[in-house]
Design a protein around this ligand. Structure first.
Ligand code: FMN
Length: 158
């Protein structure tokens, strides 16, 4: 299946996850929404990946979803989010992605995330410092490899 992976990534985790999905699919192409444009009509399957910051998906991804809502409703679409607090993942979808799109999705899931202080800049660094005081130190924030594999498997069955 001709597949397009559209993603946003501020500190590289979502890009890393997009690459892992890309490697597990045949005939797929990755596009960073920040600096690349691609006509989605040419593709049978669209995968959309975004990080979560302050409970929200990336602004450019949000804009892309709204501007292409009718096309996306008519296609096979799968979504993944990268987030530090994966226990909230279903709420992030509910709060950010129109219900019509979620109802039409083949799959939507969380791939976990990473928060590395040395990758943070400006306000993000400040926020992470503040928030990290309240983070449960026993809870590891990491990429959920098994979720990526399950996601790729489901798409390969299409
Ligand atoms: C400023 C800031 C705010 C964040 N807010 C949230 C949040 O609200 N919920 C959450 O689960 N993770 C949050 N995270 C964690 C990110 O989702 C995680 O670092 C993710 O892996 C970033 O992906 P990226 O490297 O592709 O940008 C936040 C991270 C930063 C730096």
């Amino acid at each position: 299946m001709n597949t397009l992976i559209i993603y946003a990534s501020k500190t590289g985790t979502t890009e890393k996850c997009a690459s892992q999905i890309n490697r597990q699919l045949e005939n797929s192409k990755m596009v960073n929404i920040l600096n690349q444009h691609e006509d989605i009509d040419k593709y049978d399957l669209i995968i959309i990946g975004t990080p979560i910051r302050m409970g929200m998906i990336d602004k450019k991804i949000k804009k892309f979803l709204i501007s292409n809502i009718e096309t996306l409703k008519s296609k096979k679409v799968a979504y993944f989010i990268c987030c530090g607090f994966s226990e909230n993942w279903k709420n992030y979808y509910k709060q950010n992605i129109p219900k019509d799109l979620l109802d039409n999705a083949i799959i939507y899931d969380t791939f976990g995330g990473e928060i590395d202080m040395k990758n943070q800049k400006g306000l993000d660094k400040f926020i992470v410092k503040m928030v990290s005081k309240n983070i449960d130190k026993n809870k590891e924030i990491k990429i959920l490899k098994e979720n990526i594999e399950r996601f790729a498997k489901r798409l390969n069955e299409q």
